[in-house]
Design a protein around this ligand. Structure first.
Ligand code: SF4
Ligand code: SF4
Length: 95
């Protein structure tokens, strides 16, 4: 088997340009899934500010859900929520 130099490798995945991840369902990479309890949510807007993938849906200054097409399951939203309104589950429970 021939060994390639790193410079000869094909760029990994489909994210080859800055900002193009919106065009792909990168949420497929997720192994943990945040589950939102809307009854416990106070709509403090902490999680939309801290989500690194802009995957918290907001309308009229209220949280409306999670964009599972792009959420990577990092768990920041669950850790930062002051109301414990987001709980992380294994993604395998939903496939
Ligand atoms: S788990 Fe991470 S990527 Fe997904 S909604 Fe929460 S903060 Fe955003
Ligand atoms: S951090 Fe918690 S309480 Fe605040 S908007 Fe997000 S889910 Fe709701």
């Amino acid at each position: 088997m021939s060994k390639l130099k790193w410079q000869e490798l094909t760029p990994g995945g489909v994210i080859t340009e800055p900002g193009n991840s919106k065009s792909y369902r990168t949420g497929d990479w997720r192994s943990r899934r945040p589950i939102w309890n809307k009854d416990a949510c106070s709509h403090c807007m902490l999680c939309p500010i801290h989500c690194p993938d802009s995957s918290i849906k907001v309308k009229d200054k209220k949280m409306t859900g999670i964009d599972y097409d792009h959420c990577k399951g990092c768990g920041i939203c669950a850790n930062i929520c002051p109301k414990n309104a987001i709980e992380m589950h294994n993604e395998s429970e939903y496939k």
